[in-house]
Write a protein that binds this ligand. Sequence first.
Ligand SMILES: NC(=O)c1ccc[n+]([C@@H]2O[C@H](COP(=O)([O-])OP(=O)(O)OC[C@H]3O[C@@H](n4cnc5c(N)ncnc54)[C@H](OP(=O)(O)O)[C@@H]3O)[C@@H](O)[C@H]2O)c1
Length: 354
Amino acid sequence: MNRSIAIPAQQTRLQLVRFGKPQEQGVVQLERDAPVPVPTGSQVLVKMLYAPLHPADMLTIVGFYPGVRYVVEQKPGFVPGLEGCGVVVARGEQATIPLGTRVVPLLGEEAGSWQQFVCVEGKQCICVPDDIDDRIAAQLFVNPLTVVGLYKEMEAAVDLVDNPWILQTAANSTLGRMMIALAKHHSLKTINVVRSAATVQELKELGADVVIVVEQEDDPHSNKSWDRKVLEITQGKGVAAVLEAVGSDIGSMACSCLQSGGLYLAYGAQSGKPIRMSNSDLIFKDITCKGFWLSRWFRKQPPHVVEDLFDLFRSQVFKPCIQTVLPLDRYLEAFRLQREKNRRGKILFSLAME
Ligand SMILES: NC(=O)c1ccc[n+]([C@@H]2O[C@H](COP(=O)([O-])OP(=O)(O)OC[C@H]3O[C@@H](n4cnc5c(N)ncnc54)[C@H](OP(=O)(O)O)[C@@H]3O)[C@@H](O)[C@H]2O)c1
């Protein structure tokens, strides 16, 4: 094994002890004396710098996220964390990535970014260029690449020149904020549905054309609902595509705002509740309803999709969206913050603790 620093024998990490509510005692635990793995063959050892906390990580802890193998197998006792970034500090004899290279390890269904040292195959690493900040690299894959993927799916399915209006729910999410920016970059017009008014001004400053606040529209004494507002804005036509991450009544209403031949793309389920879909819309408007999952989409992409993503950060179309950075031992606070309304971006764990 080649190494660039003295590697400790033990590390700090978060372990999922049993599936359950993230803040419940004994569900997730901090381990300060976990072994540091030794890379062999073409593996590299990555000293992690930062790792984000995603909604899918919360679902992993609860035991509902099928993108992680241990959740499907219902086998707790693993380290959660879908992504992060770090530095290659040791490598097996056949590994070719130079020591000291900053990388994003693609952990896939194994997860495991909430620890100080991760061992992965060298070919599973994205090398991070010098001009990309650590905190951008740490949340490079899951959200920004999904934004690009959602855009490409829309572009392929509907004529966005003929009708540039799209609608997104959960628009104040980290991903929603990036979608506003990418849509603007491509001259699309966005109708952004949020549940409260606190961040409307910020979303407009990011380039949102319209922000609809559901709690302001849900007036039982008024016969106006926000889907009518969408029809007014689009002069009766409806939107070309809906990017949907909530489900429930919000998702159902969003679906009813589609134009004939429009695309409903589900990529999240923040409410945990399903949508209702109108048979009439399916039959007479011929709308298409499908889902998007990054892991499936990414497997079919050419290698330059990642280089293109770096360019979107370089040109400042995408800007880092960070609410706060916390050390790993404040994980319970991180879980509490993740559930709070009106965040302005990601909660990142800082992993260079000791
Ligand atoms: N399919 C894929 O491949 C893929 C990839 C990446 C992400 N995603 C999904 O994309 C979504 C956004 O991810 P993110 O990391 O950007 O999330 P995030 O920054 O944690 O934001 C979560 C958002 O969900 C909203 N929200 C939470 N509960 C809600 C509810 N009951 N009703 C309405 N809105 C609710 C929040 O609204 P407030 O702003 O009002 O608090 C917030 O804007 C998530 O659902 C995530 O799982 C999917």
